[in-house]
Design a protein around this ligand. Sequence first.
Ligand SMILES: Cc1cc2nc3c(=O)[nH]c(=O)nc-3n(C[C@H](O)[C@H](O)[C@H](O)COP(=O)(O)OP(=O)(O)OC[C@H]3O[C@@H](n4cnc5c(N)ncnc54)[C@H](O)[C@@H]3O)c2cc1C
Ligand code: SF4
Length: 664
Amino acid sequence: MWQKLIYYLTNPSGTDYLLKKHGEKTAIRAGSLSSKWQGYAETAGYNMSSMPVAYAHSSVKKIFCRQAFKSFKFIVSITQTIRVFMGGLQIKKQSRKYDAVIVGSGAGGGMATYVLANAGLKVCLLEAGPMFDPKTDSCQLRNPWESPRRGASTKYRPFGDFDGCYWGWEIDGEPYTQSGEQKWEWWRARMLGGRTNHWGRISLRFGPKDFKRKSIDGLGEDWPIGYEDIKPYYDKIDRLLGVFGTNEGLDNDPDGIFLPPPKPRLHELFIKKAATSIGVPVIPSRLSILTKQINNERGQCFYCAQCGRSCKVYGDFSSSSCLVIPALKTGNVDLITNAMAREVLTNKEGLATGVSYVSKNDMQEYQVEGRTVILAASACESARLLLNSKSQRYPNGLANSSNVVGKYLHDSTGADMGGIIPELFDRKRYNEDGVGGMHVYSPWWLDNKKLDFPRGYHIEYGGGFGMPLYGFNWGIENLNGTYKIKGKQKEAGGYGTSLKEDYRYFFGSHVGMAGRGEAIAREDNYCEIDPSVVDKYGIPVLRFHTKYSDYEIKQAKHMKETFSEILHAMGAVITWGGDDGPHNNYGLHNPGNIIHEAGTVRMGNDPKRSPLNKWSQAHDCKNLFCVDGGPFVSQADKNITWTILALSMRTSEYIVDEMKKQSI
Ligand SMILES: Cc1cc2nc3c(=O)[nH]c(=O)nc-3n(C[C@H](O)[C@H](O)[C@H](O)COP(=O)(O)OP(=O)(O)OC[C@H]3O[C@@H](n4cnc5c(N)ncnc54)[C@H](O)[C@@H]3O)c2cc1C
Ligand code: SF4
């Protein structure tokens, strides 16, 4: 058999025949060689590692350069040969046709699944990660000593061993590349519920001005919708999912339907007093955590402060616990986990017909058919899927006649600072756990017309007693030797009883603050398909090109000045983030680092300037939708997830209506 295989591989006329017969689709498929098949080829004496597999993936026309041609023919021939001789790598089609195929089960996909399934539609939900139910899988109440690493982070769980999110900045076998001045940092979850198993639960509505920023300052673009279009959906999700907070009557931070907020803790009282004294408002935070029970399916928060690990009683919002698992109970959802979507399939009329995916279980390729396709794989991943969905009709990628898919990529800005409050050294011990997040925050309070940067930021606060884990203790290890402990000056470092005494002395005296602001969405910040790199499933990866403007840098400077003033007003000593300045853009985090990716498939009324219309429906392909952060026109000075959820609900209800009318 190997002799025949080698003969086949080295016979170009046979390859040409196959290429003609099977065309571009075969070529694309050829890139799906799994490591097992590559192993066979290597056994036969071929060095597969030097093969530019990606060439087979991008448009065949584009890559038909002479040098690649040989390798390309080789890959086509080996795939075909393996098919001929071993019967493998056949694409498996499901016989069932669904009303909707949804890709991704995070905030956007979870909401779409919930709405469509409850409306009686038959849904296939494709999720690249494994099943996750916080009730059984969360590490919520584990102690640090139960971890072999004492809770320290790993690549698999960057926020510590017990964190609720699988994967993060890096995923084995799934690279992404860079070509911009600033590195884009891309956080990717791979699990049911996506990033919402960890997220901070900060649930802020965008305000009326946030949808019309261009009309206010001439920068960026206005949304094709206004606050009045989305308000009914914010109201519905407040009731459905639960969020605590207070109605403050603020101009651009709309009131909601709030559960009672928890009381501020000691460090938060210090913050409130100090910030208010310098004119920065501090109000109860708005987090989607149940301070009161709202239904029989979910328990009330019992204040363990571990929301980042996901909640076993479903006391906080995760897409897994609050949307997908209830949707599964309708019997209308087929959930396929470990399914890595590769591309959206289309027909001659240009309509979406389904999705092809690689199963991580057997590395085979499958196809599912649907009357509609809804992308919710996260803003960048959805752009990647569209750009990889090339065909004769859509040579530029699907829904991309505007050439805008991947562009206008943006994240919240971020800069931080922290310190210790000597007044709180050697604090009396008591349980002040609270919810897993801040009890107070500062919404944006200034008028940008009077400042040298166009958009605002809000401030998130931390501090107090918190469960120490290895590497998550506010830099306490740097403090001894710097301050007297119970009147005695000691040397830095140490061990045993003396070190424990020092740590106990400093524990609970820390306070930290983080600015999270709006960056302008710009066309020259984008992601695109890297023509020469594929992931371990043979799917071409994203290459990022991002750079901050002066606006964001000036905003970070303002954040730092504000934090420094607040810390001084409370008598704190700055212990980190105080040395940032012009040399490092005032500590401005790399784009992507704040994990609010948005804008890559933006909505707009003009099909020449936006891939989606105001319903997050593709202008070019009416049965294709995107419901993650992709449709965002701008980010606002708020965290984006409450708006992803509201928009996804709005789009999903629209899909139900349109299907009833048989318009899609
Ligand atoms: C540490 C942290 C803190 C955060 N804090 C907050 C906060 O306080 N407030 C806030 O508003 N936001 C916060 N966020 C951001 C929030 O989690 C995201 O905005 C939200 O989860 C985005 O939802 P999504 O549906 O777009 O994507 P995700 O939640 O990331 O879900 C995408 C899903 O798609 C799946 N997927 C990806 N690619 C494929 C593929 N090719 N095929 C099949 N499935 C695929 C993934 O496995 C994942 O399950 C935080 C995020 C993190 C990580
Ligand atoms: S703080 Fe409350 S909501 Fe969060 S994990 Fe603990 S019990 Fe659940």
